[in-house]
Design a protein around this ligand. Structure first.
Ligand SMILES: [Zn+2]
Length: 199
């Protein structure tokens, strides 16, 4: 033990678990597990996306996790925007991205489907889906709709909004370590590939 407690300390954690008053095993605090999960270790340093161009590049990279923060209200939502799996029969769809929102303590698995991003002749569009279990007028749903209209369609940031990536590459999801990557949320290898793709 390195916590400085004496060997005979009756209040050690082991005793608390095995000798609770009613003989019940004390339930572990799930939050402590989430905080120490390996996924946390695989995350790099989060970074603020400063311009609409940076946000647009990031959000359409394929596997983007971003947090939209209202600076006045301190309201924040973390969204994932990812390429849907292909249809088995090779069909193509106008749906180019699925949008989900983090809704729970596990930053890996607690995402709930929210809606779809469509490619239209005149640009991108987003629509909440009836298949979502989150109400269309729920705060997270309204937040994404507003964010999409402002940043993606009108191509502008809002003075009371910040957009952050969560320390992982928007294209492949790997930990970001290089300062330049932390600035725009795209890792060096993926940046090269995205450069080629756009030519
Ligand atoms: Zn990458």
């Amino acid at each position: 033990m390195t916590n400085g407690k004496s060997v005979n300390d009756d209040t050690s954690d082991d005793d608390l678990i095995s000798d609770s008053p009613r003989g019940e095993r004390r339930e572990a605090d799930p939050w402590s597990d989430f905080k120490s999960s390996s996924s946390e270790d695989e995350r790099g340093e989060s970074g603020r996306l400063e311009t609409a161009e940076d946000v647009i590049r990031f959000i359409f990279a394929g596997k983007a996790t971003l947090t939209v923060l209202g600076t006045a209200t301190k309201t924040r939502f973390t969204f994932r925007v990812s390429i849907p799996p292909p249809y088995d029969d090779g069909r193509t769809s106008t749906v180019k991205f699925f949008v989900s929102v983090l809704d729970g303590p596990d930053n890996e698995s607690n995402y709930r489907y929210l809606g779809n991003v469509f490619k239209k002749p005149d640009g991108w569009d987003y629509a909440w889906s009836k298949k979502s279990r989150i109400a269309e007028d729920a705060p997270s749903s309204k937040c994404f709709g507003w964010f999409f209209d402002t940043v993606i369609k009108e191509r502008r940031m809002h003075p009371r909004m910040e957009v952050w990536h969560e320390g992982r590459c928007g294209r492949c999801g790997m930990k970001l370590t290089v300062p330049e990557s932390i600035r725009d949320g795209i890792g060096p290898e993926c940046r090269k590939k995205m450069g080629r793709d756009s030519q």
